[in-house]
Design a protein around this ligand. Structure first.
Ligand code: SF4
Ligand code: SF4
Length: 280
C-alpha cells in the first residue's frame, strides 16, 4: 500500500514537471502593445481598415505592415493613441462622410422595367444593368444599408438611400458595395453637394430623370470657385466653397440637384412634387 502511494506520487510529480517544462517551452508571448492596440481600436470589426477585423489590423500594425490611420470609425483620437503605443508620429486625415449622389427617386426617375427579384442592388444591376433608365442612379434596394456596420443608412419613402450624418463614420464600406458608384466620401465639413452621379449629356439625362445634372454650367458661372465640371457633371470643389456665391448657384440649378445639408441628422433630400416618373 505504502509503495503504491509512493509510486503514484512520484508519477504525479514527474507529470507535473513535464507539464511545467512543456508550458515553458511552448509558451506564446503576447506583445503587450497588441493588447493595448486592441483596447484603442474601435472594436467594430467592420473591415474598413482592409483587414478581417481589429485583431488582424493590430497585428499588421505591430508588424509594420499597415498605416496607423486606417481605423476610420475611431477617427483622430484612435490614431493619436495608436501613434503613442507604437511610438510614431501620425497626422490625422480629414474626417469624411458618405454622400448619396442621386435625387432620382420614384417620382423623379424613370424605370426601364419592373424589377421583382432579390432585394439587392448588386443582383438587380446584373439584370440588364438595373431597372432604372439612368445607369448611374440609386436603385434603392439597400445593399448599402445592409452593409453599413454603423446603421447610418436607410432607404427613404421614395426609394433613395439616405445617410444619417450623425452615425456615419466615413468607413467607406458602402462606397465599395454600391454597384452604381452612387455613394462617395466627401469631407465631413462640406455641407453642399451635387446630388447626381451621371456624366451623361443633358439630352440623355432629361430622358432618365427630372433631378439629374444637365451639365449646363450655370452653377459654375454663378460660383466659379465652388464648382467645376467633370465632363457633363458639375461637382463641388471641396475646400474651395465660396459661401457668398453658393446660394446663387443653388438657385440657378434648373434640376435642383445641388443640396445643402444641416450639420447633423439625416440628409433627407426633399424632392419637388412631380407625377412624370415611374422609376424604381
Ligand atoms: S446607394 Fe447604391 S447600394 Fe445603396 S441603395 Fe442606392 S444603388 Fe443600392
Ligand atoms: S454610411 Fe457608409 S461610410 Fe458611413 S458608416 Fe455606413 S458604411 Fe461607413
Amino acid at each position: 500500500m505504502f509503495a503504491a502511494i509512493i509510486s503514484l506520487g512520484s508519477l504525479g510529480c514527474i507529470a507535473a514537471l513535464l507539464l511545467a517544462m512543456a508550458a515553458r517551452r511552448f509558451a506564446v508571448t503576447v506583445d503587450p502593445r497588441q493588447v493595448a492596440l486592441l483596447e484603442v481600436l474601435a472594436g467594430a470589426n467592420c473591415g474598413a481598415c482592409g483587414y478581417p477585423g481589429c485583431d488582424a489590423y493590430a497585428r499588421a500594425l505591430l508588424a509594420g505592415n499597415a498605416k496607423p490611420d486606417l481605423c476610420r470609425p475611431g477617427g483622430a483620437e484612435t490614431l493619436a493613441r495608436i501613434a503613442a503605443i507604437l511610438g510614431i508620429e501620425a497626422t490625422p486625415r480629414q474626417p469624411q462622410i458618405a454622400v448619396v449622389r442621386c435625387r432620382g427617386n420614384r417620382q423623379m426617375a424613370r424605370a426601364k422595367y419592373d424589377y421583382q427579384g432579390l432585394q439587392d442592388c448588386r443582383a438587380a444591376q446584373k439584370l440588364a444593368f438595373g431597372p432604372k433608365l439612368c445607369p448611374s442612379g440609386c436603385l434603392g434596394l439597400g445593399s448599402c444599408v445592409q452593409h453599413c456596420p454603423f446603421g447610418a443608412l436607410s432607404i427613404n419613402s421614395v426609394g433613395l438611400a439616405v445617410v444619417n450624418r450623425d452615425r456615419c463614420t466615413g468607413c467607406g464600406l458602402c462606397v465599395s458595395i454600391c454597384p452604381r458608384q452612387v455613394l462617395t466620401l466627401a469631407p465631413a465639413v462640406a455641407q453642399t453637394h451635387v446630388l447626381c452621379n451621371s456624366h451623361d449629356t443633358a439630352a440623355k439625362v432629361k430622358k432618365y430623370c427630372d433631378a439629374g445634372c444637365l451639365g449646363c454650367r450655370l452653377c459654375v458661372k454663378a460660383a466659379p470657385d465652388s464648382f467645376i465640371m467633370d465632363d457633363a457633371l458639375a461637382v463641388v470643389r471641396y475646400g474651395h466653397e465660396d459661401p457668398a456665391t453658393m446660394a446663387s448657384a443653388i438657385d440657378r440649378c434648373p434640376h435642383h440637384c445641388i443640396e445643402t445639408f444641416a450639420a447633423g441628422g439625416e440628409t433627407v433630400a426633399p424632392a419637388p412634387a412631380t407625377t412624370k416618373g415611374t422609376g424604381s
